[in-house]
Write a protein that binds this ligand. Structure first.
Ligand code: ADP
Length: 447
């Protein structure tokens, strides 16, 4: 097992990884920007190295500096966390070339799944059902029109290099197609430096359902059930739950089995998530995330597994040591992503935390780096806390979540706690009757 792990990330996820390491008797190295000297994970880590100024490109995305920090501190392995370099295949490769272990999949698998066109081709090859669309990229308007005639309108144009909900445009009719195509291409070029795009049928009322898997690259591969992440704003997840209120046990076992077989076939290693849209009883693959995900705790809560611990174990070469039959799903879990934003306008609200009181009690987990007196820097993602609640069933989970949100005090800044209170009290949410458009309609952003 590793003696020392460098955590190449910040915020709640850096703390999450630090905690798993400490429970495994592993020393931790925090790397941080000058804006994060007072961060909780920096305070708790065994060693800390400042890697540059606040701008992510000068610190958390600065590969040579991070590798130097790993060399100086003699870290055996690097955990990339979520975001920043977590899905950067070149980084994974350089980590290995510099004699450290990358806690994640192989650079080759990251590369394939990082390009959505290549990922979709791979998905078809390993037997996953995909959204009908263009085979590969679209060269020009003529080709787009020809494909559109086959799949019909509305359709969605997606950037091969897209991510984080960006690089997507919907075309309602043939008249919209040329403009949507050129806009998507231009945005993709500007945001990702790659203007390759492809077309997909636009599903009108799907749910976003994703399957968490864990594999050792030595033949061991299990799934941890699904998460329903349909509550989204601007294609970004806001509330997630496991299991999905829309699936029955048969569907769960079926899609879990399809995904594990596919990833075994691929020889995948580490944690990963295969994302689907689910509509009228059918699953359609949209992408695979070759990393830990923000919403991973809800799967941990219903399986009793520590995903980060397992990621570290398999990265160190250990086999999984258990199979699907050893895993039992218990109860229901919901995560609310609490961000430092105005709950009405979503304007960012960084600043100093005056009072802080996290909820507790049975079944309540708060993954957060906040503390009283901490100043949230304005340079990074607005996620400040993940409130994760577990109950024996969905109803118990909802009642517990309601009281946990009531208890939660984050003073001094605006947060989305009031929004979560409204969402979880709505009859449609209570009934589990929502699709990917529900939250935006609820917020009055869509009719
Ligand atoms: P990203 O990598 O940016 O997260 P995804 O491909 O995972 O992009 O899609 C994000 C979200 O966009 C989905 O959860 C869904 O809400 C919406 N979406 C993507 N593809 C389609 C589609 N074919 N039809 C309808 N909605 C879609």
């Amino acid at each position: 097992m590793f003696e020392k792990v460098l955590i190449a990330n910040r915020g709640e996820i850096a703390l999450r990884i630090h905690r798993a390491c400490k429970e495994m008797g592993i020393q931790t190295v925090a790397v941080h920007s000058t804006a994060d000297s007072d961060a909780m994970h920096v305070r708790l880590a065994d060693e800390a190295v400042c890697i540059g100024p606040p701008a992510p490109r000068d610190s958390y995305l600065n590969i040579p500096t991070i590798l130097s920090a790993a060399n100086i501190t003699r870290a055996d392995a690097i955990h990339p966390g979520v975001g920043f370099l977590a899905e950067n295949a070149d980084f994974a490769q350089m980590v290995e070339e510099h004699g450290h272990v990358f806690i994640g999949p192989t650079p080759e698998h990251i590369r394939i799944m990082g390009d959505k066109i290549a990922a979709k081709e791979k998905a078809v090859e390993i037997g996953l059902p995909v959204v009908p669309g263009s085979e590969g990229g679209i060269e020009d308007e003529g080709e787009a029109i020809a494909v559109a005639k086959e799949i019909g309108f509305p359709l969605i144009i997606k950037a091969a290099a897209g991510g984080g909900g960006r690089g997507m445009k919907v075309a309602e009719s043939e008249a919209d197609l040329p403009e949507a195509l050129s806009l998507c291409r231009a945005e993709a070029k500007a945001a990702f430096g790659n203007d390759a795009v492809y077309l997909e049928r636009y599903l009108s009322h799907p749910r976003h359902i994703e399957v968490q898997i864990l594999a050792d690259g030595q033949g061991g591969c299990i799934h941890m059930g699904e998460r329903d992440c349909s509550l989204q704003r601007r294609h970004q997840k806001v509330v997630e739950e496991a299991p999905s209120p829309a699936l029955n046990t048969e569907e769960r076992d079926q899609i879990g089995g399809v995904v594990t077989d596919a990833l075994k076939e691929m020889g995948y290693r580490s944690a990963g998530t295969v994302e689907f849209l689910y509509q009228d009883g059918e699953f359609y693959f949209i992408e695979m995330n070759t990393r830990l995900q923000v919403e991973h705790p809800i799967s941990e809560m219903i399986c009793g597994l520590d995903l980060v611990r397992e990621q570290i174990r398999v990265a160190a070469g250990a086999p999984l040591g258990f199979d699907q039959d050893d895993l039992t799903f218990f109860g229901h879990a919901i995560e609310c992503r609490v961000t430092a934003e105005d709950p009405e306008t979503f304007a960012p609200s960084p600043g100093r935390i005056k009072d802080y009181h996290a909820p507790g009690g049975l079944g309540v987990r708060v993954d957060s780096h906040l503390y009283s007196g901490y100043s949230i820097p304005p340079f990074y993602d607005s996620l400040v806390s993940k409130l994760v609640v577990h109950g024996a069933n969905r109803n118990e989970c909802l009642m517990r979540l309601r009281r946990a949100l009531e208890e939660y005090v984050i003073g001094g800044i605006k947060t989305t706690i009031p929004l979560h209170e409204r969402v979880i009290s709505d009859p449609a949410f209570i009934d589990g009757a929502y699709d990917i458009h529900w939250l935006e309609r609820f917020l009055g952003l869509k009719d």
